[in-house]
Design a protein around this ligand. Structure first.
Ligand code: MEV
Length: 280
């Protein structure tokens, strides 16, 4: 899930993402014949690994919400295939393969952010092919799902069109998002400051027209209820927002978000990333 830099990362700018507690569980079984999954991401996983199988997915993440659920499903499916078929791929191989699959499904436009964070867990800084794990922090979040569905591919296309039409506006906004991300890295342990950078990032995403009235309402409600900061997370246009919270106010902020006809999930950081649960 993006803390900073969504959309800008598609243009080579840095991004900061964090793995969160809701998980995706994937079970894979070998089959003799190819079984078409409902998702192009899953078909991509079997193709990339060169095996045939069926898959069972149990996701705690809302899909199409902008929380990187496609990345989480792709990474978890690759890990499950790796395990079931004894493929010996490393975590890094899996992160790379998942990125290639996302890129293909999203028509060439994707950043390796969500796939990296799903594979490794914790907080990850992505910049120009560089992936660096940042020290895990005690980040207390409430995620608000607007329940407005959106398409990452469409939102990415939308920004690309806007950039072509208005380069003199959009390019400086992407530069400003980069500056926000680069400053935020130095304040990961200071929620007050970090919240301020989240608010700035949100405003810049609004300029890129990836906002939504429902998301704006939720962001304002979270801030009024005492959040240090709140912003869209992911592609926008619907999907989710996040609020950085003082721990004692998490539930008050969640209630304020739910008051906007949205769903709230109280969460914190996941430091483990993809893992094998148990033999089933
Ligand atoms: C979507 O979760 C985030 C975007 O930056 C696209 C990407 O990074 O692949 C909009």
């Amino acid at each position: 899930m993006f803390l900073f830099g969504e959309h800008a990362v598609v243009y080579g700018k840095p991004g900061i993402a964090m793995a969160i507690k809701p998980r995706v569980f994937v079970t894979v079984r070998q089959t003799k014949r190819a079984q078409r999954a409902k998702s192009p991401y899953i078909d991509g996983c079997f193709e990339a690994m060169g095996v045939l199988g069926s898959v069972y997915i149990n996701s705690q993440l809302p899909s199409s919400s902008g929380l990187g659920s496609s990345a989480a499903v792709t990474v978890a499916t690759l890990c499950a295939i790796n395990d079931e078929f004894g493929k010996k791929k490393t975590r890094e191989d899996i992160a790379n393969m998942a990125f290639e699959i996302e890129k293909t499904v999203q028509k060439g436009r994707a950043s390796p952010t969500d796939t990296t964070v799903s594979a490794y867990g914790g907080i990850v800084f992505i910049s120009n092919g560089e992936r660096r794990r940042l020290p895990p922090q005690n980040i207390q979040l409430v995620i608000g799902d607007s329940l407005v569905s959106h398409s990452t591919t469409k939102m990415v296309e939308h920004v690309s069109d806007l950039k072509k039409k208005n380069p003199t506006i959009v390019n400086p906004v992407l530069d400003a998002i980069e500056a926000v991300s680069l400053s935020a890295i130095h304040h990961l342990d200071n929620p007050k400051e970090l919240g301020r950078y989240m608010n700035m990032n949100h405003a810049l995403l609004e300029v890129l027209s990836v906002g939504h009235p429902q998301l704006s309402k939720m962001v304002l409600a979270a801030r009024s209820a005492g959040a240090f900061g709140a912003k869209i997370t992911g592609a926008g246009g619907g999907g989710c927002m996040i609020a950085l919270c003082p721990k004692p106010l998490k539930f008050r902020i969640a209630t304020a978000i739910e008051g906007c006809d949205a769903r709230a999930v109280v969460t914190s950081i996941d430091t483990e990333g993809a893992r094998k649960e148990k033999n089933v």
